[in-house]
Design a protein around this ligand. Structure first.
Ligand SMILES: Cc1cc2nc3c(=O)[nH]c(=O)nc-3n(C[C@H](O)[C@H](O)[C@H](O)COP(=O)(O)OP(=O)(O)OC[C@H]3O[C@@H](n4cnc5c(N)ncnc54)[C@H](O)[C@@H]3O)c2cc1C
Length: 420
């Protein structure tokens, strides 16, 4: 007799850090798992900026979901966009298919938000998915090509101006990498445009870069960026973005390439869960991460609004992973008739790289930066990459780029703007 057919059905929406961890932690549980994601792969988002900046190629930081869970006999993977959740009927709409569940884990993450200025997206793409990273890479590399072809010096300068909006970890990492590309990787390959003359602007509405980190580390990061030739504008709220550049009140930075690294909004599926949500659309959950009135539905990762000790659990990969593992245990407890203990987030700190040999690290009390910080950052990222193949590929690419300043993934595919 097929015993699996009688097991409770757990449907997990999203194969990111939260959903994938929940799936893996259910490996030996007496449940059938269906993992649904609109992409066929899991992405290691902390290194997306390196794909955008042509340091790594897409497959270096991603792996097919099907391959990751291939040994887990109780898991079926569906590549499909989820469009609806019917809580009363306990079913999910995925494309033309309806999937019924006994337990539902919603882990569809977040996306970028433009603070009500959706028209800015066309001129300032955000970085969230592999497609975003490849589109940004195309924009950056195409801008240098357009500058090389541009006879007019003023217009050439506009092609060589890059503005990054938002100085959180992603903005800082993008700005540092762009400065390295412009000032070290490209100069000898261009004849008319001078990549060394490229201006990289990092614009932040708040008073400092890396605002979630201690002030000392923010100051170190800003000084390092400035030494690398990045113009850091703090306390500068963006009031307009269009094809000519970025406006901050009376100031206008002419630039043809603007990248958005500010503001996130929770996945729109959160709106279908009938629960209280915060301003970013995150769904308020009970201490065991379930919906207050639907205990069979759990919300985890960036989509969940979880508070601990009066503070919001941050939208970071370790938090999503911890929630994923927790929820798998909570489901096992429910099936076994045990009460689940409340979720506890363990904060191990945060880190951000600034250049190919410098990073800032805050391990909750232990702070360090520079080369030691970078080595820590490097090994932490390699350790947490999803597969052995990814680790080898990334190590090799970083070693090569460290020795030569070269970027291995500088191929432009497709065309991003009609004007290029
Ligand atoms: C550029 C960038 C850099 C980052 N850097 C760091 C860092 O250095 N350190 C750190 O800790 N965190 C970092 N983060 C944050 C971290 O990646 C997130 O907190 C984490 O990915 C959240 O996990 P999640 O499972 O909630 O969502 P995600 O990992 O985003 O996964 C969501 C999944 O749901 C799928 N999905 C979404 N909607 C649907 C739908 N309708 N139907 C089907 N599938 C759907 C998506 O395809 C995706 O696979 C970074 C994020 C970004 C974007």
């Amino acid at each position: 007799m097929d015993t699996q057919a009688s097991w409770p059905h757990v449907v997990i929406l999203g194969g990111g850090f939260g959903g994938l961890n929940a799936t893996r932690a259910l490996a030996r549980a007496p449940v059938r798992v269906t993992l649904v994601d609109r992409a066929n792969h899991h992405v290691f988002q902390p290194l997306l900026y390196q794909v955008a900046a042509a340091s790594l190629s897409g497959p270096d930081i991603a792996a097919p979901l099907r391959h990751i869970v291939r040994r887990q006999r109780n898991v079926t993977v569906w590549m499909e966009e989820v469009t609806g959740i019917d809580l009363a009927a306990r079913r999910v709409q995925a494309g033309a298919q309806t999937i019924t569940y006994d337990y539902l884990v919603v882990a569809t993450g977040s996306t970028h938000a433009y603070f009500g200025h959706d028209a800015w997206e066309e001129f300032a793409p955000g970085l969230k998915t592999m497609n975003d990273a490849l589109a940004i890479r195309r924009r950056i590399l195409s801008a240098f090509e357009a500058a090389e072809r541009e006879p007019d010096a003023v217009k050439r300068a506009e092609w060589l101006a890059f503005v990054i909006v938002g100085a959180g970890p992603t903005g800082v990492e993008l700005a540092g990498t762009l400065a390295e590309i412009a000032h070290h990787t490209l100069p000898r390959e261009f004849r008319i445009a001078h990549p060394r003359q490229a201006r990289i602007h990092l614009v932040e509405a708040g008073p400092r870069v890396l605002s979630a980190m201690p002030e000392t580390l923010s100051a170190i990061a800003q000084r390092k960026l400035e030494r690398m030739g990045v113009d850091v504008h703090t306390g500068a709220a963006v009031t307009g973005i269009d094809a000519t550049g970025v406006r901050m009140g009376d100031e206008h930075i002419p630039a043809r390439t603007v990248l958005w690294a500010a503001g996130v909004a929770a996945s729109p599926l959160g709106a279908q869960l009938g629960a209280e949500r915060d301003r970013a659309g995150r769904v308020k959950v009970a201490p065991d991460l379930s919906l207050p009135v639907r205990p069979e539905v759990f919300v985890i990762g960036d989509l969940a609004w979880v508070e601990q000790g009066g503070q919001r659990v941050p939208g970071m990969a370790p938090a999503a992973k911890q929630m994923g593992t927790y929820v798998a245990h909570a489901i096992r407890d429910r099936i076994a008739g045990r009460a689940a203990r409340p979720f506890r987030y363990r904060d191990y700190g945060s880190l951000a790289s600034i250049s190919r040999s410098s990073a800032v690290v805050d391990l909750r009390g232990l702070k360090f930066s520079g080369f030691a910080g970078w080595l820590f950052w490097l090994f932490a990222h390699i350790f947490f990459l999803i597969s052995f193949r990814n680790r080898l590929a990334v190590m090799w690419n970083w070693a090569w780029s460290y020795m030569t300043w070269q970027r291995g993934a500088r191929i432009i595919v497709g065309r991003s703007r009609a004007s290029e």
